[in-house]
Design a protein around this ligand. Sequence first.
Ligand SMILES: Cc1ncc(COP(=O)(O)O)c(C=O)c1O
Length: 408
Amino acid sequence: MTASAKNTPASQRLASVSTAPPDSILGLTEAFLADTNPNKMNLSVGVYKDASGKTPILECVKEAERRLIDDESTKGYLGIDGLPAYREHVRQLVFGDRVEADRIAVLQSPGGTGALRVASDFLVTQLSPIRIWMSSPTWANHPAIFNAAGLPSDTYRYLGSDRTSFDVDAMIEDLDTKTSPGDAILLHACCHNPTGIDPTPDQWKQIAETVAMRQLLPLIDFAYQGFGDGLTEDTLGLYTLLDAVDEAIVCTSFSKNFGLYSERVGAVCLIAADAGAMKASQSQLKAIVRSNYSNPPRHGGAIVATVLDDAKLTDQWKGEVEQMRQRITRLRTDFVTTMKTTGQGHDFSFLLPQRGMFSFSGLTPMQVDQLKQKHGIYIVGSGRINVAGMSEEKMQQLCDAVAAVLES
Ligand SMILES: Cc1ncc(COP(=O)(O)O)c(C=O)c1O
């Protein structure tokens, strides 16, 4: 340990700061990197990997970047709400003609996480007192973001007692009996993280009716458009909600469906009952951004706008999203099939209706720990497996390890 040369009382202020616990998911990646097991596998963090184990740059993105290198003429600041062309494409991609354009404010944000934080700051500064209701379980960063913004949160039940199915009745009962009018509710538009279990169309109707009746404000996290049933199909839950309520906030991300993880590009979209209310809220959202990160980074938004401005690149992108989606579905099916014939044979067919990058395996925290300690396989403590990180090559190895912990 090194000591400061100036040993004054002011040198000691930071001695009282305690160490923060490692991030529950990113911390696992740190442990994975330090693991010397040559057969180790990281199925914790939510990134897509191709057959060679890489997180690829999409071809349409490469082409857009080539064009940007040639044509981009400035690195000057963007406006507080980002690139106009980008914002218009987000509006069309997410909302189509479903909501009048003059009722929607779109702000480009640093990823879906940035969008969620801006939305949380908005709820706290503009609509307090307010509480947000999240599914139990939800993505671990949701409560962390709400806490950081000072937004009180609570949970509604989501999983059935088997922990492998959605219990819509329990969810509705919690919303009916626990929420207050004016509260916010966090909903995952598709590919629920961490469970991969989405409501059916009829269940979405039930949820939307309850949200409307209880006068809840939906905060819809739409981080996986295209990874569930398709780019258009994945709007079903969102549109069902928007048919039932006049006001909502939608947080989107291009991390997954454009593979732009490190470019930090998403959007916070606010829908108001009319253009006047939208304008006022938009001005507040901009004020929040200004005092936080001032304005968003250009590059990711410019890539998305370049692709979606060009019909051929857009078609290419849609094809690439579809390829990723189909690969994930194939891997999920392969896992279920291989588990059936591994060890004493294990039925994981409950995974088949699950959607998106993740599957909830039903493994206990102890089994998850054994997978890590004995087999160098890293999944999240809740039993969440990143299916998009599996590979055909290592499928048998993975299933042998899962069977071993189930049978031990
Ligand atoms: C449910 C959910 N929402 C939002 C995000 C935000 O992603 P990003 O900030 O990388 O765009 C993620 C990323 O893993 C997620 O799983």
